[in-house]
Ligand binder design. Structure first.
Ligand SMILES: [Zn+2]
Length: 168
């Protein structure tokens, strides 16, 4: 776990931060961070910078940091690009998924204990729930799930293409 990539995501890329957390990667995202703060924190905590800002990207590289300049707009392309450079796994493992809101590792919840936190219709059809120890938000594999899987499948396919291209 210790050698796993950790990230710091630039201000315009909140959805990318959420995805990295869902995939289980320790990801800092602060909407109000200035470039120098991002660079400082990346240095201190050995995080990979993810940005759309060419200026920040160049500054980071010059400081000897690892930085990924995302030019893609679609999430599968973005995730494939990040995976190519950093080696992240493009699949969900609930043992390591982090809360998309605050980066805390989720814990499996006892069903009875979270009853009041989920809609009755959800409670009656699902058995597996996860809870964020920090913010208390409860997660389950709902309708949303098909979309997440679809995007990850696309990202994996695109990653294979990128790998072939990078060998040419
Ligand atoms: Zn949370």
């Amino acid at each position: 776990m210790n050698n796993e990539p950790r990230f710091i995501v630039d201000t315009m890329l909140g959805t990318v931060a959420r995805w990295l957390r869902i995939l289980g990667y320790d990801t800092v995202y602060d909407k109000s961070a200035e470039d120098w703060q991002i660079i400082r924190r990346a240095e201190l905590e050995k995080r990979i910078i993810v940005t759309r800002d060419r200026g920040l990207h160049i500054k980071a590289i010059k400081s000897g940091l690892k930085s990924i300049l995302l030019w893609e707009d679609d999430m599968p392309d973005r995730l494939a690009h990040i995976a190519l450079v950093s080696g992240i796994q493009l699949g969900i493992d609930f043992n390591r998924t982090r809360c998309p809101e605050d980066n805390t590792i989720l814990v499996k919840a006892e069903k009875e204990k979270i009853k009041s936190k989920v809609p009755p219709g959800v409670y009656s059809v699902h058995n597996d729930f996860w809870e964020c120890p920090r913010c208390g938000k409860v997660y389950w594999i709902g309708n949303h799930w098909r979309q997440i899987e679809k995007i990850l499948k696309e990202a994996r396919d695109k990653l294979e293409i990128l790998k072939v291209k990078s060998r040419l």
